[in-house]
Design a protein around this ligand. Structure first.
Ligand code: NAP
Length: 251
């Protein structure tokens, strides 16, 4: 049964082949949206499309690198092929190197900024005019709790995510009277391949203890908020940064 009103509109989910993006793509499709599952690797995107189709939903794969501005244009074209683009979840992201700011590798800095920040702006740049032409829409940018607080040895990630929160507010102001809402989400640490592949068991236990609920979040818990923000139920919500962090930043 549908929970959110997103039916019969097309949606882009970047990084839709894994983790949070996969959970958002599945939930959007479950609620009737037609989803472009955009990802770097064909096999990741195809696997999620197959899951959606097996559940009776509609999806297509789009393969590309979000740090290429032309890829954002191509993803919008793919979505418009399914119906008017009304929803975009700019989610693809990477962790990046771990080092103090004085030692931070410049190539790692540039890569994280390109993928985690510039790509969100490239995405919105392509998505916003299409949504205005389609009579409105909703963009949800996946930032992080590290869009509002720091985390030692992560200057690139923290800077990029703070930037995502700012770019979201800016776009929201610019398009508020044109029917497009733009919001960001700040997840705490979520149990996804990004986290589980890069952190050892002791670090994961330490990170659990940083959340008031003493656990990591699940991708589905972020997806529930993302799809709510994408839906008409969030019709008066724009320019906001919404935490889903098990109390991490309340302390
Ligand atoms: P994930 O499981 O690694 O999924 C990210 C997906 O994005 C992967 O399929 C990845 O492909 C893809 N991707 C990476 N670089 C890309 C590029 N240049 N172009 C297109 N796709 C690309 O990560 P996740 O944990 O779900 O993270 C999703 C988002 O949530 C990220 O923006 C992350 O910063 C944010 N976030 C995560 C957490 C957390 O604790 N997990 C917390 C706060 C915020 P490959 O696997 O092929 O690289």
């Amino acid at each position: 049964m549908a929970t959110y009103d997103v039916a019969d509109r097309s949606a882009i989910v970047t990084g839709g082949g894994s983790g949070i993006g996969r959970a958002v793509a599945l939930l959007l499709a479950q609620n009737g949206a037609r989803v472009v599952v955009a990802d770097l690797k064909r096999e990741s995107a195809d696997a999620v499309v197959a899951e959606i189709e097996a559940a009776g939903g509609t999806a297509v794969a789009h393969v590309g690198d979000v740090s290429d501005p032309e890829d954002a244009v191509a993803a919008v074209a793919a979505a418009q092929g399914l119906g008017p683009l009304k929803i975009a979840i700019n989610n693809a992201g990477i962790g990046g190197p771990s080092a103090a700011t004085g030692d931070y590798p410049l190539d790692g800095w540039q890569k994280v900024i390109d993928i985690n920040l510039s790509a969100v702006v490239y995405g919105m740049r392509a998505q916003l005019p299409a949504m205005v032409a389609n009579g409105g829409g909703s963009i949800v940018n996946i930032a992080s709790i590290l869009g509002s607080v720091g985390f030692a040895n992560s200057v690139a990630y923290v800077s990029a995510k703070h930037g995502v929160v700012g770019a979201t507010k800016n776009a929201a102001l610019e398009y508020a009277t044109q029917g497009v809402r733009v919001n960001s989400i700040g997840p705490g640490f979520i149990r996804t391949p990004l986290v589980e592949s890069s952190l050892d068991a002791d670090t994961l236990t330490f990170l659990e203890s940083k959340h008031a609920m003493n656990r990591l979040g699940e991708a589905e818990e972020v997806a529930a908020l993302a799809v709510f923000l994408a839906s008409d139920a969030a019709s008066f919500i724009t320019g906001s940064y919404h935490l889903v962090d098990g109390g991490y930043t309340a302390q």
